[in-house]
Design a protein around this ligand. Structure first.
Ligand code: ZN
Length: 351
């Protein structure tokens, strides 16, 4: 049985500067070949160690082996051509990016994350792998083959499923699909987004999570958030559909955001991994601040359905800040556990 207020992170942690350029979203590797492979393993050891040291229950590899959260997965997919990049607006034209092209039917050349999961499992007891979701993948590529977002997404969903089945066999405990694009394309979510999600992970015998956020704490996202008004209504539009999907857990942004917390009530039967750590600020939360965010969520969700997490990945942050935030996450959840135990003791001992 899991302990109350279990903790996890959205996925990524900063890479050491001997592995890749620091504080960059698309960093260049510092090494190559066997040296790079060895350095990635060492960085993974640190990423897992820092999570365990902070008391995080469900750890990730910190995404140390991928340059970018979407393209790391696509690098092993046939039909995606990284030599033919096309500039396009992504996430509803929030950014312009040089996107690789889909030039043919997509298929896996080889397992993508199986080795990473095996390695992470040798370091931590409970391991989550993050994979970009079908809609977010399609929104980060130029499509010269399918020329139809739905068909392309469903093709990627089948590729992801193949990968996930091997990850489950390799012993992964949780699979999280990252779908920040869900927060932008609501009609597509209803039309085919949930179908693609279910095609990718429905029925798998692990914790099945989807992460939907307002992005890393980078300028383009911070500017976008300023246009969203005082109450962000995106989750309210998505949760009714997600509540009917096969996912077990929805990972969302809450700390420091303008997400109205009552939307959590729309998750119905799903667990929520609530972001109690803001990744858009260098302020390191105190344990009490984390507890406050947990208490807000508890007004709308039973405690047993609450996981504590970060709002988003921490890849572009300074390492020492990210590690301090991990400590805050662990300490805040610990505080919530202590309070819950005290309350139980008070109830069971007669006055
Ligand atoms: Zn995110």
């Amino acid at each position: 049985m899991r302990r109350p207020y279990p903790t996890t992170i959205a996925g990524s942690l900063p890479k050491p500067s001997w592995l890749a350029e620091p504080e960059r979203l698309w960093p260049a590797w510092r090494l190559e070949g066997a040296d790079l492979d060895a350095a990635i393993r060492d960085a993974t050891r640190i990423a897992v160690f820092e999570q365990l040291r902070a008391g995080i229950d469900l750890v990730t590899d910190g995404e140390q082996s991928r340059q970018h959260f979407v393209h790391g997965f696509l690098a092993s997919i046939d039909g995606v051509d990284f030599t033919s990049k096309v500039k396009r607006g992504i996430r509803g034209d929030r950014y312009e990016a040089e996107c690789p092209s889909i030039t043919g039917p997509v298929s896996r050349r080889a397992p993508v994350h199986v080795d990473e999961v095996r390695f992470a499992k040798s370091l931590g007891e409970s391991v989550k792998i993050t994979i970009p979701g079908p809609m977010t993948i399609v929104d980060t590529l130029y499509d010269a083959h399918y020329r139809d977002r739905k068909n392309a997404a469903l093709a990627f969903a089948r590729v992801i499923r193949e990968e996930c089945e091997e990850l489950v066999a390799a012993g992964v405990d949780a699979i999280q699909l990252d779908e920040p694009a869900f927060n932008v394309y609501f009609e597509e979510v209803e039309d085919w987004g949930i179908t693609a999600l279910d095609t990718a992970i429905g029925g798998l015998n692990v914790i099945k999570a989807v992460h939907i956020c307002y992005g890393y704490g980078i300028e383009a996202n911070n500017n976008w958030k300023k246009t969203l008004g005082t109450e962000w209504d995106q989750y309210a539009r998505l949760f009714p559909f997600l509540s009917q999907s096969s996912v077990d857990q929805v990972s969302i942004e809450l700390a420091g955001s303008r997400v109205p917390p009552e939307v959590l009530g729309l998750l119905r039967n799903k667990d929520a991994a609530i972001g109690v750590i803001d990744v858009a600020t260098e302020h390191v939360e105190t344990a009490s601040e984390v507890l406050e965010t947990i208490r807000i969520a508890e007004k709308y969700l039973p405690a047993e359905r609450i996981w504590c997490s970060t709002n988003c990945g921490m890849a572009p942050m300074r390492r020492e800040i990210a590690y301090a935030k991990l400590q805050a996450l662990g300490a805040g959840a610990g505080l919530a556990r202590d309070h819950a135990m005290l309350a139980t003791m008070k109830r069971s001992s007669p006055a």
